[in-house]
Write a protein that binds this ligand. Structure first.
Ligand code: NIG
Ligand code: FE
Length: 412
């Protein structure tokens, strides 16, 4: 039993409670409590409501964050797709890309995913922990409390396990929560002797069972694309991994369509990227539990079109937004800036954009988070100001003052 803390007063608390998981949202639907406070005990939300009532009701509570007059609160953000476990640097790829070089030319010059694989294989587990931690702390400073992290730069038994162990170990050094995903099926590494099918079979038979045995990940991902894994092989892999008990997610429709439909049809929990999704595939998200995850960081990093979030929402999809933070396609790693920018481009309401980085991204990870509700684990972020819309209006330039995670109040 820990002491009771009363946080506030806050001009506005946007709880995100009771909103629809799917489809469009309008700003007037947002549940906003004004002149309010939040009571936390044992890391959980004990009460929310008018500050003065709470002040009287919890007379003995410790008062926290009372100094600032104008402050607002939203649920802490969730980055549901990242590759922040990597070593090395691909600034050279970026320079070539912005000078107009093609993917093939970049790969020939020693760039691309394989370059990061070689650098990550050379790093020790401890070095990876340091790198993941630095990136996690940068996300946490933006108010991101839950971060999905993929493997996928090891691409053999020892190195995939090393990456996943590093992700697990990093959880012991940060207040943020890291959720690991096994991405052995990122590409077939150049040094694997055998076909793409043989490589996937190796993952299913030799790597995935070890991942499960060691409790390193319950989720797995595959990059469905020409040059990575085609639809037929991907379908086989998804079904085999589901038989092993993995929740499946896919990198789909980044450059060509087909992967998103496959994801929905095979019951994957999310289909991520979707910059090149076609009209027919968009309609499949209606009544589907597969979350459509937009990755604006990859559009910005590659100079490509954004995922058609407006059309997806209008077709009743559950749309989440994540950074895809990785050394190749998405080097920026700023969730709020990216969400604001895609929101402006796609004509998403502030409610839709906020939902996409809170409870809808929580659903993409199948975790209970992204709302501020009595009984929830406390995870919320505080900004200066009296209107929460400034958070998006500032397009990433308004930084949170504090993030509360459990019993901890982190000052930024
Ligand atoms: O999500 N598309 C595949 N994988 C990553 C890129 C990884 C890399 O370039 O290192 C992505 O964009
Ligand atoms: Fe990715």
């Amino acid at each position: 039993m820990t002491d009771i803390k009363l946080y506030g007063p806050f001009c506005e608390i946007v709880t995100m409670d009771g909103l629809s998981l799917h489809g469009p949202l309008q700003d007037h639907e947002l549940p906003v409590i004004r002149n309010a406070g939040i009571v936390v005990q044992d890391g959980k939300v004990l009460d929310i409501g008018g500050y003065h009532q709470l002040f009287k009701k919890y007379a003995a509570a410790e008062r926290v964050l009372t100094e600032t007059k104008h402050q607002v609160v939203v649920p802490a953000f969730i980055d549901c797709h990242t590759h922040i476990c990597w070593a090395g640097n691909r600034a050279n790829d970026y320079a070539m890309r912005v000078s107009g070089k093609s993917y093939l030319e970049i790969a020939k010059a020693g760039g691309g995913i394989m370059d990061t694989v070689l650098a990550t294989r050379s790093a020790t587990q401890e070095e990876l922990v340091t790198l993941i931690l630095k990136r996690t702390e940068s996300l946490l400073a933006q108010g991101v409390a839950i971060v999905e992290v993929k493997s996928g730069y090891g691409l053999d038994l020892d190195n995939e396990l090393k990456m996943l162990r590093a992700i697990k170990e990093t959880n012991n050094h940060t207040s943020a929560k890291l959720i690991p995903t096994f991405l052995g099926a990122h590409i077939r590494p150049k040094d694997f002797e055998g076909t793409h099918k043989k490589y996937l079979a190796y993952l299913v038979n030799e790597v995935a069972p070890r991942v499960l045995e060691e409790g390193l990940a319950k989720r797995a991902d595959i990059f469905v694309e020409e040059g990575a894994f085609d639809i037929e092989l991907s379908e086989w892999y998804i079904k085999e991994m589901q038989k092993l008990g993995f929740e499946m997610t896919v990198h789909a429709d980044q450059f060509s369509s087909g992967g998103a439909s496959l994801a929905v049809e095979t019951g994957c929990i999310s289909a991520d990227h979707l910059e090149s999704i076609d009209e027919h595939s968009i309609t499949k998200f209606r009544n589907s539990k597969t979350v459509a995850i937009a990755l604006p960081g990859a559009s910005l990093g590659l100079g490509m079109a954004f995922t058609p979030c407006r059309q997806l929402l209008d077709n009743d999809a559950c749309v989440a937004i994540a950074t895809d933070w990785n050394p190749g396609s998405a080097p920026m790693g700023h969730l709020l800036a990216q969400a604001s920018i895609i929101g402006a481009n796609e004509k998403m309401s502030i409610a839709e954009t906020l939902a996409a980085i809170t409870y809808r991204s929580a659903y993409a990870l199948r975790v209970n988070a992204g709302t501020i509700r009595i009984g929830d684990n406390a995870r919320f972020t505080v900004y200066e100001g009296d209107d929460f819309r400034n958070i998006f209006y500032s397009q990433g330039q308004l930084h949170p003052t504090h993030t509360i995670i459990g019993d901890e109040c982190i000052q930024h």
